[in-house]
Design a binder for this molecule. Structure first.
Ligand code: PBG
Length: 327
């Protein structure tokens, strides 16, 4: 059955053959676009390390959301970026019903009701120390007291009309805490998208500029996962499923394709991957230098993430991909 009988090139001969045997397709249906909300009006601050990404005031985020909807993309995810003077050790701005994210959710659902609006749930953009939870006197992130704050934030977002809440903090038990709180308040139909296998990654660098959320001291290794581990990712995912997660996310994506594959194969549940800020920035920078073809490298990376098993991808290339696919 080998050469010369078998010649795989027969089915690669031209684009029609390639179309017929293509195993994976990237579609606009797969995309979720992250957006950053800042105080003010008419604000559109470019994020220097992420060309094409902006910090936007609520009015601009609404405009952006309707553009995204117009391109046929099903969902966005919101991150709030308050002023430094509105941050405190408990991150109370995260669960202020008049905060940036709740106001954006209401305004977007008003203007573009058809677009799914996910709300990221984490403390790091809201705490004065930049960690993802409250601290002990020794400066360690305390798990259980943080759960109450995360649940409060998730509840405020769900009550403001969020179509899903997405905890990205990596505290133990947060999916359970959020599910219980939402259910208590009758929000039984709001899905939880869990950043289930989120690694302590160097690829988040540009995001921490965009969200002004870098930890003031230390790192996140005591709560985010060790990049060396994959069995542990399956444990994290299984726990989150038991606690009530509806969608499981792996983050980052490109350096963790094996994790995406194992999660999808093991559980067979809706699986998301986050192509994070550093992945985006590297492709953009090399593209701007003329060292790689930005469009082709971006599309190939995203296709690889799908082929690995992702059902959906959070990506800063969202609008570009929708346009490229329409070409
Ligand atoms: C907040 C959060 C981070 C990202 C998403 N949610 C940063 C972090 O954990 O430091 C990163 C996203 C990206 O890099 O694009 N916890």
């Amino acid at each position: 059955m080998a050469f010369p009988t078998q010649r795989p090139r027969r089915l690669r001969k031209n684009e029609n053959w390639r179309r017929l045997v293509r195993e994976t397709a990237l579609s606009t249906d797969d995309l979720i676009v992250p957006l950053f909300v800042v105080p003010g009006e008419g604000v559109n601050n470019p994020v220097v390390s992420m060309p094409g990404v902006f910090q936007q005031s609520v009015d601009e985020v609404v405009r952006e959301a309707s553009e995204i909807h117009g391109l046929g993309i099903p969902a966005i995810i919101l991150f709030g970026v308050p002023h430094d003077e509105d941050k405190d050790p408990e991150g109370s701005e995260a669960y202020n019903p008049e905060g940036l994210v709740p106001r954006s959710i209401r305004a977007i659902k008003d203007a573009v009701p058809d677009l799914l609006v996910w709300a990221d749930v984490c403390m790091c953009e809201y705490t004065s120390h930049g960690h993802c939870g409250v601290l002990t006197d020794e400066g360690e992130v305390e798990n259980d007291p943080t759960l109450d704050l995360l649940a409060r934030a998730a509840l405020v977002y769900a009550q403001s009309g969020a179509d899903a809440v997405a905890p990205s903090d990596m505290m133990d038990g947060r999916v359970w805490a959020i599910r219980e709180t939402l259910d208590d308040q009758g929000l039984v139909d709001t899905p939880i998208v869990s950043y289930a296998a989120k690694y302590a990654s160097a690829f988040y660098g540009p995001f921490r500029d965009a969200a002004q959320s870098a930890p003031a001291f230390g790192d996140r290794k005591a709560y985010q996962m060790d990049p060396a581990n994959v069995d542990e990712a399956l444990k994290e995912v299984e726990l989150d499923i038991d606690e009530g997660a509806d969608i499981l996310m792996v983050k980052p994506a490109l350096a963790y394709l094996d994790v995406i594959r194992r999660v999808k194969t093991t559980f067979g549940l809706p699986t998301a991957a986050y192509q994070v800020s550093g992945e985006y920035a590297m492709i953009k920078a090399a593209g701007q230098n003329g060292w790689v073809d930005e469009k082709r490298v971006a599309m190939e990376s995203l296709l690889g993430i799908k082929r690995a098993g992702a059902d959906m991808i959070l990506t800063y290339f969202g609008k570009d991909v929708a346009r490229w696919l329409a070409e």
